[in-house]
Design a protein around this ligand. Structure first.
Ligand SMILES: [Zn+2]
Length: 295
């Protein structure tokens, strides 16, 4: 999943990526966050927006505030509410007066067993953006692109003036996204990938983790193919007698960092639920079987 080259880790430092986009990397590296969460600052004029403020760590908050300088923060936007993305929204809003505008809060009683980041239950947006709605400031317009799947509330943000898409955890270059039921949904995830594939206006993706994606359509097509091949692999596993997720993961993810196996198991479950909806498999307890009609 991860490349051998040691990636750069410029923590607590605002880097200019394009004239309208700066990035501040949070010091929360992990097998799920790569080198950490990348907070993006949008705008090179008097008004700036922040995308994915990240974890509420003082060093990271101070770096964001420092990067703002004299500019006014007019919006704090979150792609989704995993704990590596949204907790800094509240303290940043308190210190700057900027509104939190973006993804919906989640009101889950139980988000299920997770292997990746848990949800930020304290997230309180002042405005939720529906698909296609925009926020704007001097020289920039960010439009929400609803992309449920990794989480049910996931949004990408398109920077209309440049063709850049902030892809959050929906599409990342260094790793596939974790899709963990019940909030994570593979049917939605695949539909959201197909949706991005149709958006020809996006020429570069800036994900929340890992390097920018300069050939986004090629990558998305590859990801759709990868998910279809995982599906076929799961059906073959069942036919070979590995009918439980516990039996499938060590075979399917051989060679992958074992710390990621629990998350891989959640993604296999997400695929199985999608296959079940399509009536290709049936569940009996912990075991899965290929449907009679196609067996
Ligand atoms: Zn996430």
């Amino acid at each position: 999943m991860q490349s051998d080259a040691e990636p750069e880790r410029p923590y607590a430092l605002a880097e200019t990526i394009t004239p309208k986009v700066r990035r501040v990397l949070a010091r929360n590296p992990s097998p799920f966050t790569y080198t950490g969460t990348q907070t993006y600052l949008i705008g090179d004029g008097a008004e700036v927006a922040v995308i994915d403020p990240g974890p509420a760590e003082e060093e990271h908050l101070a770096a964001i505030l420092d990067a703002l300088g004299e500019a006014r923060l007019v919006a704090i936007a979150c792609t989704h509410t995993h704990r590596d993305h949204s907790p800094a929204a509240a303290p940043l809003s308190a210190r700057t007066g900027a509104p939190i505008i973006g993804c919906a809060p989640l009101t889950l009683e139980d988000d299920g067993p997770r292997a990746d980041a848990a949800f930020d239950a304290d997230y309180r947006p002042s405005r939720v953006l529906a698909d296609g709605e925009s926020i704007s400031g001097e020289g920039w317009t960010l439009t929400a692109v609803a992309t449920p799947g990794h989480t049910s509330n996931h949004l990408c943000f398109a920077l209309e003036e440049t063709g850049a898409l902030f892809s959050g955890d929906h599409v990342m270059g260094w790793s596939t996204s974790v899709v963990s039921p019940p909030d994570g949904d593979m049917s939605d995830y695949l539909a959201s990938l197909a949706r991005l594939y149709e958006r020809t206006q996006d020429t570069i993706y800036f994900p929340a983790h890992g390097p920018a994606i300069t050939k986004p359509h090629q990558l998305v097509r590859g990801m759709l193919g990868h998910r279809r091949s995982r599906e076929r692999q799961i059906l073959r596993q069942i036919e070979a007698g590995n009918t439980t997720i516990t039996a499938m993961v060590p075979v399917m993810y051989k060679g992958v960092d074992e710390r990621l196996w629990p998350a891989a198991g959640r993604s296999v479950l997400a695929h199985l639920i999608d296959l079940e909806r399509r009536e290709l498999v049936v569940r009996r307890g912990d075991a899965w079987h290929v449907s009679e009609e196609i067996a």
